[in-house]
Design a binder for this molecule. Structure first.
Ligand code: ZN
Length: 312
């Protein structure tokens, strides 16, 4: 049975119950004053009539606060608030983005969910925002291995093609073996850009792994050990010394960006990175299955909001 037959993907009231259960584990919380005094549940309330909906639309999940008398829903103050799309559509989109390894394009969401392209585009970016990790604790630790590498993707607007790769976006990624991935869109792969990120994000007791690139050459003393693999000399693995994990991450990322996200504007790249980091860091190989991954993304929807100018 397809997961998409679950009631919360089909029935708006069930969708609200599902999200409330996730975001309000201790019961409804007033969006306006923070009161948790058992609010009144308002049923049968309809929105104002419009041309499209002369009878208005039924408003689900609406509560009235006993303290401030304000009305609120679980969508308020989260990324789920900023569109009028039904919550069932949100939950289906979150599920699709969380369960497809290489991602899903706005065009595909538009066709699958039968919503407008622009709405699908906004939806996808808000879900990426929900996927963005707020965890800045250093990766790795004693006896753990963290691999670092950089890759080049896309093409910078107005920059002529150069053999040095200066016309491409630079992405720096840190991957803990058996753990999470964190990627950064940086303007150049220089020590000045890379070192502060490596220092802030990798635990000092970790073993650092990189290739022989000059940018990583003086990182050794800061960590328990630093292994470098000499790709230039045709070397890929020397026991535990390799960067295969981060290269595996890039292979999924690049296939996804090529096949699904052909028109990623430079200023949105960090959002796609958040999406690929999220799926990698919550992958089934470390015990996170599709449905759990969706719940984690949904939890991330709380407390994050953003506004957009639309597709560019
Ligand atoms: Zn209140």
């Amino acid at each position: 049975m397809s997961v998409l037959t679950c009631p919360h993907f089909r029935d708006e009231a069930a969708a609200f119950e599902h999200v409330e259960g996730m975001l309000w584990p201790y019961g409804p919380v007033c969006h306006h004053c923070g009161s948790m005094e058992k609010p009144y549940k308002l049923v049968g309330v309809r929105s104002k009539p419009s041309k499209k909906n002369p009878n208005g639309i039924e408003r689900y999940g609406l509560y009235k606060c006993r303290d401030c008398k304000g009305q609120f829903t679980v969508r308020m103050g989260t990324v789920l608030e900023e569109s009028h799309l039904p919550l069932t559509i949100w939950l289906q989109a979150i599920h699709l983005m969380c369960s497809s390894k290489k991602g899903i394009s706005a065009h595909q969401l538009h066709r699958t969910l039968e919503i407008g392209y622009k709405a699908a585009w906004f939806l996808a970016h808000r879900i990426r925002e929900a996927m963005r990790s707020d965890d800045f604790t250093p990766m790795g630790g004693a006896g753990k291995f963290v691999e670092v590498d950089e890759t080049y993707i896309g093409r910078l607007k107005g920059v002529p093609k150069a053999p040095s790769g200066a016309h491409k976006n630079v992405v720096l990624t840190l991957v803990e073996r058996g753990g999470v991935a964190r990627s950064f869109h940086i303007d150049s792969a220089t020590v000045a850009r890379v070192l502060p990120i490596v220092n802030a994000n990798i635990h000092k007791e970790s073993v650092l792994m990189s290739d022989e690139a000059r940018v990583y050459q003086n990182f050794g003393p800061d960590f328990a050990a630093h292994g470098t693999v000499e790709h230039g000399a045709g070397e890929y693995v020397r026991g535990k010394v390799h960067t295969n994990t981060v290269e595996g991450f890039y292979s999924i990322f690049k296939r996804g960006m090529k096949g699904v996200y052909q028109h990623c504007a430079e200023h949105h790249l960090h959002r796609y990175l958040a999406e690929f980091d999220f799926r990698y860091s919550n992958r089934s190989a470390i015990g996170v299955e599709d449905n759990v991954r969706s719940l984690i993304a949904l939890k991330g929807a709380a407390g994050k909001r953003l506004t957009y100018h639309g597709p560019r």
